[in-house]
Design a protein around this ligand. Structure first.
Ligand code: FDA
Length: 309
């Protein structure tokens, strides 16, 4: 891990910075590149434009590690309302959420109850819910939670992180429930005992897992999303699927709003399925700094906004 990435990941968790940095006008201005607005209406409006270009979307309300059950209930009700809005406006938008947003840290039973309500509503509306993967301390618990729900709901997916050395094993654990998997590289600061520290090793693991998932998908078992902006990785996945006669609609790509938008259109025009994840909400600080850590050059973009006052 580079020093700049480590510093930014540390900053993403720093309490003082969390309450002060979001007030800076130039940070707010730069944020627009990654987030169209704090209210869900901005995401809905962007989703309509994406849909015209054959690109689906995934919505996520920012905020993690909430501390009261009342907050967890508010988030749950919010997602229920969003599912209704998506349904009424006939937009091709799914939802991605963090378990710690719906009470996982406070009461597993409450989180189960909240997720159950969201999944029931999604299934009734023919929609789909993705469960994000958070820091390593949550991984095993999230997988157990997912297995529990996947037995009763078909429209639920889980995110797995290629930087974790144990992810290959998790795929085997998940196979019996026919999982829907979104594969990412991983966005948090993790110790080298459990996570590959070198980017080349993360990339190698990502592709090896991608091959396994595609083999698995050929048997028609799961939905697979490759969530990455790594163009070399995307080419390798396309190449592998061609060589192995896997149909273009047998898997999908996912990217984040504002990152490589021209590539997103290109992928859709080539006939592959693609969704763009649009974030919204006021609790954007930690999430935004993780985006900066993925490409520290983004910090210059913020500073440019300071100069271009
Ligand atoms: P990599 O970091 O190698 O980047 C490849 C190239 O993409 C870079 O060279 C750069 O050009 C560009 N790029 C990447 N990030 C950029 C940025 N922020 N700004 C500008 N350019 C950038 N993580 C996690 O731990 N749990 C989760 O639940 C999720 N969920 C999730 C959903 C979706 C839809 C996506 C796309 C990503 C996530 N992630 C995530 C984040 C993921 O783990 C990872 O941190 C980022 O996707 C960056 O990794 P890449 O695969 O893009 O590769």
């Amino acid at each position: 891990m580079t020093v700049s990435r480590s510093i930014l990941l540390w900053a993403s968790q720093n309490k003082w910075m969390k309450s002060n940095v979001p007030k800076l006008f130039f940070v707010q201005k730069a944020l627009k590149k990654f987030m169209p607005g704090e209210e869900v209406e901005y995401a809905l409006s962007e989703a309509v434009s994406f849909q015209q270009r054959e690109i689906g979307t995934v919505f996520t309300k920012l905020g993690e590690n909430i501390t009261t059950l009342a907050e967890a209930e508010t988030v749950t009700n919010h997602y229920l309302e969003v599912l209704t809005k998506i349904n009424n406006q006939k937009v091709s938008a799914e939802i991605s959420l963090k378990l710690t947003q719906i009470g996982f840290d406070i009461s597993v039973d409450a989180a189960k109850n909240n997720l159950g309500k969201i999944l029931k509503s999604a299934e009734d509306k023919n929609n789909f819910i993705w469960i994000d993967m958070e820091q390593s301390a949550y991984v095993e618990k999230t997988i157990e939670f997912y297995k529990h729900f996947r037995k009763n709901f078909s429209s639920v997916g889980i995110c797995l992180q290629a930087y974790l050395k144990r992810t290959k094993r998790h795929i085997n654990d998940l196979l019996p429930v026919s999982p829907n998997i979104r594969l990412v590289k991983g966005a948090y600061m993790e110790p080298p005992e459990i996570a590959f520290a070198q980017k080349s090793l993360v990339d190698k693991n990502y592709f090896e897992i991608a091959e396994t998932l595609l083999k698995f998908n050929k048997e028609g078992i799961a939905r697979i999303a490759f969530a990455t902006h790594d163009l070399n990785m995307i080419s390798k996945i396309k190449e592998y699927s061609k060589l192995n006669d896997i149909r273009k609609d047998g898997f999908e790509f996912q990217m984040l709003y504002g990152i490589k938008p021209a590539e997103q259109i290109k992928i859709a025009n080539e006939g592959y399925k693609i969704r763009v994840l649009i974030s919204y909400g006021s609790a954007w600080y930690s999430w935004y700094v993780r985006r900066l850590a993925e490409r520290p050059a983004n910090v210059w973009f913020i500073l440019k906004n300071l100069v271009a006052k």
